[in-house]
Design a protein around this ligand. Structure first.
Ligand SMILES: C[S@@+](CC[C@H](N)C(=O)[O-])C[C@H]1O[C@@H](n2cnc3c(N)ncnc32)[C@H](O)[C@@H]1O
Length: 359
């Protein structure tokens, strides 16, 4: 049996966990799940997991030490016993939601709870904070406790899209496309996971500038990547940039557009106006995508993107989800809006994840 420690978005985490084909999921505490799993090799790819591992009989735990010399456990009798028995150098204490670099690199972590007689919970992997850090290099420092944003959210969106692509009869290795690619967060992640990428934006100089930096990083892989300038409200042409989208399985993954920063002084009228702008842009975006694939006799791609949810508006005032859902359904997608919105502490805009599958 496996376990996972997750952050503050359990519904999104469980959705993403489907990539590892999990079943018999049980919630143990707010941040702790246990499950069985058909594809455990996928667990290191899941962004929502702070850490994960196996529940094993105590006498089998040694198999997971891999020569590591540090031990963390809140169970002092187990600690004293194991230090002597397995020659650990010392103990260290970290929080359940914390990824401790020293433990991660040199230690063995045994979860402190819940207790199951004769079994221990051995951590086998941790979230990839160094990857998120190097991608978010232009963004202000954020809490390391549960990983960084938006690279981490983008990573989740990629996994949600890949599940859908793999469920279908994928035409070879999929291409991931972000039509609002901005600084290139989606590209960097897609590239580091060895997938091909085609991005566009109204302005691509930011992505081009960051590409120079990314190429010098050890995580950089020699995969297809292509950026081009494109206003998503204009028709998408069949060109050398877009040909791969028709030849291969395509997943469109994008954080999309949030529009102006919401301040303390932003009024309800302004929010409603921002919401109209975003809605109009998304309507054009969906229409452009549908037209391009239809005109070229291709199946509609999977789309995974976020829409802003302004937390100071009430349910009647929030209209993007309804309008996007109605249009996408009319255009031929099956729409799922994940019920849990992604929100960081103190932010006035949450993001809802929309998943559009072709029928
Ligand atoms: C929130 S940012 C996306 C940030 C991106 N995820 C990143 O990693 O930097 C939104 C992006 O949408 C682009 N954008 C806005 N309107 C657009 C349009 N009509 N067509 C294409 N891109 C547009 C902006 O230039 C901006 O880069």
């Amino acid at each position: 049996m496996y376990f996972a420690v997750i952050g503050n978005h359990p519904h999104i985490a469980l959705k993403e966990l489907a990539l590892a084909e999990v079943f018999q999921i049980e919630k143990r505490t707010d941040h702790l799940f246990t499950f069985s799993c058909k594809r455990p090799e996928k667990l290191p790819q899941i962004a929502s997991l702070v850490k994960w591992g196996v529940i094993v009989e105590v006498f089998k735990a040694e198999r997971y030490f891999n020569g590591k010399r540090l031990l963390w456990t809140a169970d002092s009798s187990l600690g004293i016993n194991w230090k002597k028995k397995y020659h650990f150098k010392r103990f260290k204490k970290v929080d359940l939601l914390h990824t401790d670099r020293e433990i991660k690199e040199k230690g063995v972590e045994i979860l402190p709870f819940p207790r199951m007689k004769g079994f221990v919970w051995v951590v086998q992997g941790y979230q990839n904070i160094p990857l998120y850090e190097c991608i978010d290099f232009e963004k202000p420092a954020r809490s390391m406790q549960v990983g960084m944003m938006p690279a981490k959210l983008t990573h989740t969106l990629i996994n949600l899209a890949l599940q859908e692509v793999f469920l279908k009869d994928a035409k070879g290795c999929p291409v991931i496309r972000d039509p609002f690619c901005g600084t290139g967060t989606t590209w960097f992640l897609v590239n580091s996971f060895w997938y091909d990428f085609v991005g566009s934006d109204l302005k691509i100089w930011l992505a081009e500038k960051n590409a120079q930096r990314w190429k010098s990083r050890p995580e950089f892989h020699d995969q297809l990547f292509d950026f081009f300038e494109q206003d998503i409200s204009k028709p998408l042409e069949r060109t050398t940039h877009t040909e791969a989208l028709l030849q291969r399985s395509t997943a469109i993954v994008t954080e999309g557009r949030l529009w102006p920063v919401i301040k303390q002084t932003t009024t309800i009228e302004q929010l409603l106006e921002y919401q109209r702008w975003v809605k109009n842009l998304y309507v054009q975006f969906l229409q452009t995508v549908a037209d391009f694939f239809r005109w070229n006799h291709s199946q509609l791609p999977v789309l995974v993107f976020t829409i802003p949810v302004y937390t100071t508006l009430n349910a009647q005032q929030l209209t993007i989800e309804k309008e996007v859902t109605a249009l996408a359904t009319k255009l031929g997608w099956n729409v799922e809006a994940l019920e849990e919105a992604y929100q960081r502490e103190g932010q006035k805009v949450a993001r809802k994840i929309m998943m559009l599958r072709s029928l």
